[in-house]
Design a protein. Structure first.
Length: 141
């Protein structure tokens, strides 16, 4: 994936590091430094952002923004434990899922995609779970 993938001001300020990027997978690490809350842990809003953005970035990287664009519709999130260290998120979209997204977006003008997302700590333990609903929508011509 191109290095411009994280070219969003808020995300840049989070000091995110791409650990793996391909057409189907995005794995990102977020350090606690610069993302802390008033108790010295990781700020819940930063964790929310870490959970929310990867699908959209994968979609834009794969298709650009000429024909259709990703939009988040809803995110529910459950923080399982206070986060104090580095966190990672990995989002996967198979070639079959991409094909369905393209077909439905082109035929119906939009496609609804629901992803279960896990945020893990440095030991690989699930720290936060989220369910995100995204849409791909046709760009107006």
């Amino acid at each position: 994936m191109p290095s411009t993938m994280l070219n969003v001001d808020t995300l840049q300020h989070m000091n995110l590091k791409v650990l793996h990027a391909s057409d189907n997978v995005l794995k990102v690490e977020m350090p606690p430094v610069g993302n802390s809350n008033h108790l010295g842990g990781v700020y819940a809003g930063a964790i929310f952002s870490l959970a929310e953005f990867p699908f959209g970035m994968l979609c834009v990287n794969r298709f650009g923004m000429e024909e259709f664009v990703p939009v988040v519709g809803e995110v529910t999130i459950r923080y399982l434990a206070p986060a104090t260290g580095t966190l990672t998120v990995e989002v996967n979209v198979s070639d079959e899922e991409w094909a369905q997204i393209v077909q439905e977006t082109r035929s119906k003008g939009k496609c609804k995609i629901v992803k279960d997302i896990e945020i893990k700590d440095a030991q690989g333990k699930v720290n936060t779970i989220a369910k995100a609903t995204y849409f791909t929508v046709m760009r107006p011509k």
